[in-house]
Design a protein around this ligand. Structure first.
Ligand code: 9MR
Length: 369
C-alpha cells in the first residue's frame, strides 16, 4: 500500500516536472526549491503523526522541513484536567519531527479556544494565573531543546485591533500576554517565541498587533517573531496589505512567518472572514458547488494566487523565517468542515490522493528562479 502511494506520487511529480522544467533534473521539492529563502512547513493531524495517512507519509518528509501540530498540543488535548497532562500524541509528534530532523513548532500555549472545561470553571484571577504559570512551565520545559518555536499566544486580537475579551483578558487584564512570553522564555530559553493570529495583515488588526508586540517588548519579555496565519480566499489574497505588514512587523526587529497558509475556494456565507472557529453555518448544497472536482478556471486562479504570493514571499525572504501550509493535502483541510460542515474544498497544493496540483508546480517554479 505504502509502495503504491509512493510510486503514484513520484510518477506524478516526475511527469509534472518534465512539463515544467528541463528534463533530466531530479524531481524537486518545496523544501529544496526554497532552501535559501525560508523553511517550508505543514500542519500534521493526529492520523498523520501516527503515519496512518498514506499520502502524507510520503509527502511530508519529501516536501517539508518544518511541522506544526494541527491539534495535539492544544490545551484540551495535552492538559485535560488541572492535575493531568496527556503527552502521548504530543510526544509522538515531537518524535516524528526529531527522527526526520525537521523544524518543530509548538502550537499553542495560550489560546481562548479548545480549552478544557476546568479552565472555564476557574473563578479567581489568582487561580487562572496559577493555571497559566503551570501550563506554560510544564509543557514548554518538557519540550525545551526539541520544540524549535512556540506559538506562545494565539489570536488575542479582535478585528478592530482591540484585545479580545477572552477568559485570560477578563481575569488577568492585558498584561497576561507579556507574562505568557516571560514564562515561555524561562521554561524554554533556546526556543523561538511567536505571537500568532489571522487577519493581522489587515490595517486595523495590524495596528493592534504592532501595539501588542511593542508592549511585550517594552515589558522586557522576549518575542522573536509574529505569525500571520494566512487563511485567505481565492482571488482575494491581500497582497498589498501583506507586503506592508511584512515591512511593518519586521521594523519591530522580529521575524515574520506565514503559519497556517491555505486559500479557500468555496463561497463564503455573507459577512464572514478570517478564521474565527466559533463561526458555524448550516449545510446547503448551493454552498458546496464542486463536490466532484474544481473547474479548470478556478484551478488556474488558485495556481496564480499561490504563484503571486510566493513571488512576494521570496522578495521578502530576509524578513521571513517560515511558510507553513495548514495541512498536507486537500482531504485533510479544516476548510472541508468550516464554517459549513461536509463540503469539498481545494485549498492546498496537493489533492486528496496526495498528487501535486497545478498550483504546486507554479510555486515550485518561483522557488527555482
Ligand atoms: O485545523 C484545526 C481544526 O482541526 C480544529 O478543529 C480547529 C478547532 O479550533 O482548529 C483548527 O486550527 C486552527 C488553529 O489552531 C488556529 N488558527 C485557526 C485554525 C483554523 O481554525
Amino acid at each position: 500500500m505504502k509502495r503504491k502511494w509512493s510510486l503514484l506520487i513520484i510518477a506524478a511529480l516526475i511527469s509534472g516536472c518534465a512539463g515544467n522544467r528541463k528534463i533530466g533534473r531530479a524531481p524537486a521539492s518545496l523544501k529544496e526549491a526554497f532552501k535559501n529563502d525560508f523553511l517550508i512547513g505543514t500542519a500534521l493531524s493526529a492520523g498523520q503523526i501516527g503515519e496512518r495517512d498514506a499520502g502524507a507519509r510520503v509527502l511530508v518528509p519529501q516536501q517539508f522541513n518544518a511541522i506544526t501540530p494541527e491539534n495535539v498540543m492544544k490545551c484540551e488535548a495535552i492538559h485535560p484536567q488541572w492535575n493531568r497532562y496527556d503527552y502521548k500524541l504530543a510526544d509522538e509528534y515531537v518524535n516524528y519531527g526529531s527522527r526526520r530532523q525537521m523544524f518543530i513548532v509548538g502550537h499553542t500555549l495560550i489560546w481562548h479556544s479548545q480549552l478544557p472545561g476546568f479552565v472555564h470553571r476557574i473563578k479567581s484571577p489568582d487561580s487562572l494565573r496559577l493555571f497559566m504559570q503551570q501550563h506554560i512551565h510544564t509543557i514548554a520545559s518538557r519540550y525545551a531543546g526539541r520544540v524549535n518555536s512556540w506559538d506562545v499566544v494565539n489570536e488575542a486580537l479582535n478585528e478592530d485591533g482591540t484585545l479580545r475579551r477572552s477568559v485570560f483578558f477578563e481575569k488577568l487584564g492585558p498584561s497576561y500576554i507579556a507574562e505568557a512570553f516571560k514564562l515561555a522564555a524561562e521554561a524554554a530559553p533556546g526556543t523561538l517565541l511567536y505571537y500568532n493570529d489571522y487577519n493581522i495583515e489587515q490595517p486595523a488588526k495590524r495596528r493592534g498587533a504592532i501595539e501588542l508586540i511593542r508592549k511585550i517588548q517594552a515589558s522586557g519579555a522576549r518575542i522573536d517573531g509574529v505569525g500571520i496565519q494566512g487563511h485567505w480566499h481565492l482571488g482575494q489574497v491581500p497582497f498589498r496589505d501583506l507586503e506592508q505588514s511584512i515591512a511593518d512587523f519586521s521594523a519591530l526587529g522580529i521575524k515574520v512567518a506565514i503559519t497556517e497558509l491555505d486559500i479557500n475556494v468555496l463561497p463564503r456565507p455573507k459577512n464572514m472572514s478570517g478564521a474565527e472557529v466559533s463561526q458555524k453555518f448550516a449545510s446547503d448544497p448551493e454552498m458546496n458547488p464542486y463536490p466532484n472536482g474544481l473547474p479548470a478556471a478556478l484551478e488556474e486562479q488558485l495556481a496564480k494566487d499561490y504563484e503571486q504570493l510566493f513571488k512576494i514571499l521570496v522578495k521578502y525572504k530576509q524578513q521571513i523565517s517560515r511558510v507553513t501550509f495548514w495541512g498536507v493535502h486537500d482531504g485533510q483541510s479544516w476548510l472541508n468542515n468550516w464554517p459549513i460542515p461536509g463540503r469539498t474544498n481545494y485549498p492546498l497544493l496537493f489533492d486528496r490522493q496526495g498528487r501535486p496540483k497545478p498550483a504546486y508546480y507554479r510555486v515550485l517554479a518561483v522557488g527555482e528562479k
